[in-house]
Design a binder for this molecule. Sequence first.
Ligand code: GAR
Length: 191
Amino acid sequence: MKPFRIAIFASGSGSNAEAIMHYLANHAAIEVALVVCNKENAGVLEKANQFGVKSILINKEEFYTSRTVLQTLQSHGVSHIVLAGFLLLVPDYLIKAYSEKIINIHPSLLPKFGGKGMYGMHVHKAVIASAEKESGLTIHLVNEHFDDGEILLQVKCEVDKTDTPETLGGKVLQLEHEHYPRVIAKWVTRV
Ligand code: GAR
């Protein structure tokens, strides 16, 4: 068993999860032990399957009221949690159990365009609507508030006059795939 075992939490198509599983596939010290998903038909479930990574589907209500998810993480020896397009607020009991061991990626330059309701395409629509000249991504540690912990990396890109929320989303997503796996590997193995 490798010394560091991560669980990827995702709610959507899972393109970041895929980039992470691909990057870590032959890593000497880190393995993806589990994918945790709260949406029944999310693409991330099929992606986990393709990489031979076990996935579990969680129920929102149970996530907040029971400790089943925490017990599952512990029974899989999970040392770090990676949020990759996970849209539920992480409950306090998980933040306490995995203090400083949960990381998130957000598709804007936080603190701009962060907070409740700001996820995925909503973010890019808001960036275009406010005629921002630049956008990008933020990778940060997770605490009990949405999009608020210590920032580990921000990467910028230009917002062109011709950009739509979709084209901007595509640019940011490509940057996410390029940077998130590397930052995760560095963060997980830091002393
Ligand atoms: C990514 O752009 C990620 O930054 C964003 O959701 C997308 C998930 O895409 N996360 C948030 O907005 C969190 N507030 P993916 O499922 O293809 O990885």
